[in-house]
Design a binder for this molecule. Structure first.
Ligand code: PMP
Length: 354
């Protein structure tokens, strides 16, 4: 730490992303990315004309991208905010709406960044324990006066709430904000986006990193009332007006419009997920029901931390979390058919030696 580092940040805990090792080629199933290529329309859109035009700044309003997203979800463009990954969108939400006096809550087991943001922005954050079976107790979130942030489906557990359950939470107390992080919503779940028409205290966030095969592009968006989006834009324009590059805008616009292509990729991922879950269960694993592009698994014969290391030796990267309640589980991203066949082959070998 340099002597210039502001003391406000001394207690801050940086988020630790999944490993991105350069030492050898791994099958990368540790960050819920996809190995599927983006839509061919994305390749067409990121063409030499776009690249030759990069002597000029990108559109700070990201108009065509916001219009395209709005068109797909039946919204107006001014109900959509776009950012450099949904992490940035989440960060803009925290910056725009929560100050030191703000009280917020989220599950004790969820996307760790909520904890990180809360620390960064000095919030009063309450981590509400999930039930014993890792499901969310909706009652807790109906009763609290705190702002709420919920990943739906949740990560790394993979469980989901229905739109009606979320509606109950959102409508219970309209003076608090409810942020629903729908990073994994496309893998067979109900989105809450349509609820923004009825509830001005709701922000729904989605990403292009999962179902749209574009984690490296860095693109996410928020859908909310025009007033909320206006507030977020005000903060963005005081911080980084050109937060999306011209290439991101071009690629993202092409991606969101190619709904047919992504539907096929999602269906394929769900098929592979269910097949892999079944195969792992047949090998004695407890596999939690997943509504996402990852599986959360454990086995009586081998501890998750050991399984993680052994898979790594076999050239497969997964994600192990040390925290107390989930230390027996390993999170495995659902990759391609070939990648998952490799996971099953390696697992068979590992289990046979236990
Ligand atoms: N929310 C959840 C629940 C996530 O798991 C992730 C990333 N894995 C994100 C948000 C961030 O996604 P990105 O910044 O790539 O859009």
């Amino acid at each position: 730490m340099s002597k210039f580092f502001d003391s406000r940040y001394e207690e801050m805990e940086a988020y630790v992303p999944g490993e991105q090792p350069a030492d050898r080629r791994y099958i990368k199933l540790n960050a819920n990315e996809t190995s599927m290529p983006p839509s061919p329309k994305v390749l067409e859109a990121v063409n030499s004309k776009e690249i030759l035009g990069m002597g000029l700044y990108s559109d700070p309003y990201c108009t065509r991208l916001r219009e395209a997203i709005a068109g797909v979800y039946g919204l107006e463009a001014d109900q959509v905010f776009v950012g450099n990954g949904s992490d940035e969108v989440l960060s803009f939400c925290f910056l725009s709406f929560f100050g030191e006096a703000s009280k917020i809550c989220f599950p004790d087991i969820t996307y760790y960044f909520y904890h990180t943001y809360s620390k960064t922005y000095g919030l009063d954050a309450l981590e509400i324990p999930l039930k014993e079976d890792f499901t969310i107790d909706v009652k807790n979130y109906i009763e609290t006066d705190r702002h709420v942030i919920i990943a739906n489906p949740n990560a790394p557990t993979g469980y989901r709430l229905s739109r009606n359950e979320l509606r109950e939470i959102i409508s219970a107390k309209k003076e608090r904000l409810v942020i629903v992080d729908e990073a994994y919503v496309d893998y067979g779940n109900e989105s809450c986006i349509e609820l923004i028409k009825d509830y001005s205290n709701l922000i729904v966030i989605q990403t292009f990193s999962k179902s749209r095969n574009l984690a490296g592009l860095r693109l996410g968006f928020a859908a909310a009332s025009k007033e909320i989006i206006e507030d977020m834009n005000k903060i963005k324009f005081t911080f980084n007006p050109y937060n999306l590059s011209a290439l991101t805008i071009a690629a993202g616009t092409a991606a969101i419009l190619d709904t047919g292509y992504y539907k096929e990729c999602i269906e394929e991922t769900i098929r592979i997920r269910e097949e892999t879950a079944e195969n792992l269960r047949a090998k004695g694993f407890y596999v939690m029901k997943s509504h996402t592009n990852f599986l959360f698994v454990k086995h009586d014969k081998i501890h998750a931390s050991e399984y993680y290391l052994r898979l790594k030796e076999e050239g497969i990267l997964t994600r192990y979390f040390k925290s107390e309640r989930i230390k027996d589980f390993l999170r495995i991203t659902v990759g391609t058919k070939t990648e998952m066949a490799e996971v099953l082959r390696a697992t068979e070998k590992i289990i046979a030696g236990c």
